[in-house]
Design a protein around this ligand. Structure first.
Ligand code: C5P
Length: 205
């Protein structure tokens, strides 16, 4: 069977955790598409041309240990605003999405641009304060290298860049189910996402 679950949303809304959980429960493949942009950003930070880096991306680039850093996220959201970089990454994502057995992809434009025909589309979001607090706690809370206010500024700046760019801006697809995780713990959020997938894949009449 081939089917695609597209999950979009802003940073730290919980979409990666939900996507991984769905992939595991359903036994299907998972692609974190943010890694593609992070890997291109990392190569560009080393002096590479953005489009050349996107065109020559390898599996090894996606396994780099430094892709989760703050520098890599900033670099990613900058290269992600370049239409030629986005275009160079489309085929890889579409091939992954239609693989035999099904796939979950998470990102910013999966339901709108990469897989507009995905069988299931979720838009996972949460308010900026909640997302910033999650990132800050992950980074150590009181012991985090940056105060909460700085993390919030970064979250807002990245949202503005991702939502404001002309090419493939972050927005929900018209037929996406919106899952707001502001008030949800992660287990409840996963349960709701799983329910949405089951409803869509096994419709009852
Ligand atoms: O999801 P993650 O935080 O890893 O993504 C890093 C950056 O890559 C995002 O801020 C966004 O600018 C970009 N991105 C994108 N389209 C995607 C996935 C990520 O533009 N499908």
């Amino acid at each position: 069977m081939r089917f695609t679950i597209a999950i979009d949303g802003p940073a730290a809304a919980g979409k990666g955790t939900i996507a991984r959980a769905l992939a595991r429960r359903l036994g299907i493949a998972y692609l974190d598409t943010g890694l593609l942009y992070r890997a291109v950003g990392a190569r560009v930070a080393e002096g590479a041309d953005p489009v050349a880096a996107a065109q020559s991306l390898t599996e090894a680039d996606l396994a780099r240990p430094d892709l989760r850093s703050l520098t890599a996220s900033e670099a990613a959201s900058r290269v992600a605003a370049l239409p030629a970089v986005r275009a160079a990454l489309v085929d890889f994502q579409r091939r992954f999405a239609r693989r035999q057995g099904g796939a979950v992809l998470d990102g910013r434009d999966i339901g709108t641009v990469i897989c507009p025909d995905a069988e299931v589309k979720l838009f996972v979001t949460a308010d900026a304060e909640t997302r910033a607090r999650r990132r800050w706690l992950e980074a150590g809370g009181e012991y985090a290298p940056e105060p909460l206010a700085t993390v919030l500024d970064r979250v807002r700046a990245r949202d503005a860049r991702d939502m404001g760019r002309a090419d493939a801006p972050l927005r929900p697809a018209e037929d996406a189910l919106i899952l707001d995780t502001t008030e949800l713990d992660i287990d409840t959020a996963i349960a709701r996402a799983l329910q949405a997938v089951n409803d869509r894949l096994r419709p009852r009449d």
